[in-house]
Design a protein around this ligand. Structure first.
Ligand code: SAH
Ligand code: SF4
Ligand code: F3S
Length: 468
């Protein structure tokens, strides 16, 4: 509590300073939050925006118009890190035009010591860094910098970020859909993965806080709530664990959908599937990463299950929820992966019947256990496996979508497409449907008939009810 009050004191100080600026210059200072990575980061950015607005900043439409830029980074693969450094590099031009610009970097990359060193040494226009556990210190960082223009690098993996950010304002930008974090960190230490090192130890948010926020979201008209954690199945904030939490949220009155991610196959079990079957608001989608179809590689990845145990989990889940659309993550090119290992992955994909699959090429992460395994498979071979796997899955995705043509499905209209000529909508299984319909429907549920299908999406038309 006292630390939250500490952040509130700094919020007040910066707010006064920003008021002085407004009176002197005639415009308000603006902020921009640039977010990379997963839904956890999307959710953290809502708090960063909330803090910025509490400090008196107004939103800028892009980085070039901002006085405070917060870059929320991702460290999961090297490619992501290089792109982020490139984009931050390009911000030096904005800084030249506006010497008062403050650039703050935070997120998973900033928990890596070597990255903080790199920012310190090679990115002099970055004003300071935070990490995922110290977001409540943004106002302190801004206040200190406004005072003495000195660069600061906050990093403390032991901070209790859940209680420090509890109750802080959030600025949500996701329309009728809301992220709801239920835990932080990860204790699984899959051998390839940097997340446990950069997000720290797992901790659950108390269920009364989660339930209070869920009720508020529903009262505010949100139509979809996605419960977030690296491994939601190890949620410990309530007796009975995650399935019990699902049941409690399901009992909140109103028409809304509940989603959650991510589940870990070693912990997702019958209790979860039963809860999914018995809770009518829990959507018919399960994201269950399998990572590899080779038992040898799964062992080297420290995943805690075999390929056949994984497939049994899928069957069990489908027995409880026959409507389930299952999606997954897979890595090709883990060190030492042979053609035989790859073929086992391909076989699993053929058997699993995923709606879609996020396929990643292995990226070596310094400090992880897999980084010490010798890796001599030529890049071309790995890229070839990657392409082959994509085409196997594409065929399955297309067939799954084509099977829905002529069917009637219930969707949540969640936005307008990029071209501006149709609404985007989501089925219970989270399939994307494009529907030509009244924009006034965004934020509401409706029934549509599917008229055509492609690998990635569906097209549908609204079904008129007697009330129309
Ligand atoms: N906690 C979640 C998400 C972790 S990151 C989970 O366990 O599923 C999202 C995905 O990135 C992972 O599922 C994995 O497929 C991929 N990933 C993680 N580390 C990686 C690495 N070093 N190289 C390539 N892909 C990686
Ligand atoms: Fe990474 Fe494994 Fe934790 Fe997921 S469960 S975040 S893949 S260590
Ligand atoms: Fe990236 Fe951190 Fe998420 S490493 S994937 S932003 S937990």
């Amino acid at each position: 509590m006292s630390i939250t009050r500490e952040s509130e004191r700094y919020i007040g100080l910066v707010r006064e300073e920003n008021e002085r600026f407004f009176r002197a210059v005639g415009r308000r200072r603006r902020y921009f939050v640039d977010t990379y990575g997963c839904q956890q980061n999307e959710s953290d950015s809502e708090i960063l925006r909330g803090l910025a607005e509490a400090m008196g900043y107004e939103p800028a439409s892009d980085a070039s118009g901002a006085d405070l830029i917060v870059v929320n980074t991702c460290a999961v693969r090297e490619h992501a890190e290089m792109r982020i450094l490139g984009n931050v590099g390009a911000m030096s031009h904005i800084k030249k035009k506006n010497p008062d610009l403050m650039i703050v970097m935070t997120g998973c990359m900033m928990s890596e010591g070597h990255m903080r060193e790199r920012i310190k040494n090679s990115f002099p226009y970055v004003s300071g860094t935070l990490d995922t556990n110290s977001h409540a210190r943004l106002p302190e960082l801004v206040w200190s910098f406004l005072g003495d223009r000195k660069r600061r690098y906050y990093f403390d993996e032991n901070r209790d970020v859940l209680s420090e950010t509890e109750g802080l304002p959030r600025v949500r930008t996701n329309g009728c859909k809301a992220w709801l974090p239920i835990m932080k960190g990860c204790d699984n230490f899959c051998s390839y993965c940097i997340v446990p090192y950069v997000r720290g130890r797992e901790a659950s948010r108390p269920s009364d806080a989660v339930l209070r926020e869920a009720r508020e979201l529903v009262e505010n008209g949100e139509k979809e709530i996605t419960l977030l954690g690296q491994n939601v199945n190890s949620y410990r904030g309530i007796d009975g664990g995650f399935p019990a939490l699902l049941r409690k949220i399901n009992a909140i009155p109103g028409e809304f959908r509940i989603r959650f991610m991510t589940s870990h196959p070693k912990d997702a079990g019958e209790e979860l599937f039963r809860a999914m079957a018995e809770c009518e608001k829990v959507a018919g989608n399960l994201h269950l990463p399998f990572q590899s179809g080779s038992d040898r590689i799964l062992k080297a990845m420290n995943r805690g299950y075999t390929a056949s145990q994984y497939l049994e989990k899928l069957s069990l889940a489908r027995r409880y929820r026959p409507d389930l659309d299952i999606t997954s993550d897979v890595i090709v090119g883990f060190p030492g992966e042979t053609e035989e290992d790859y073929l086992a992955t391909e076989a699993l994909v053929r058997e699993a019947g995923f709606l879609s699959l996020f396929t990643f090429i292995y990226s070596r992460r310094e400090g992880t256990r897999a980084a010490r395994i010798p890796d001599d498979t030529p890049e071309e071979i790995i890229k070839n496996r990657f392409r082959r796997l994509l085409s196997v899955q594409d065929e399955i995705s297309r067939a799954k979508n084509e099977a829905l043509v002529s069917e009637t499905v219930r969707v949540l209209y969640d936005g307008i497409n990029r071209e501006g000529d149709a609404l985007t909508a989501r089925t219970s299984g989270n399939r994307l449907v494009s529907v030509k319909a009244d924009p006034g429907l965004v934020g509401s549920f409706g029934d549509v008939r599917i008229t055509s299908a492609s690998t990635w999406s569906l097209t549908g038309e609204p079904i008129r009810t007697e009330a129309d």
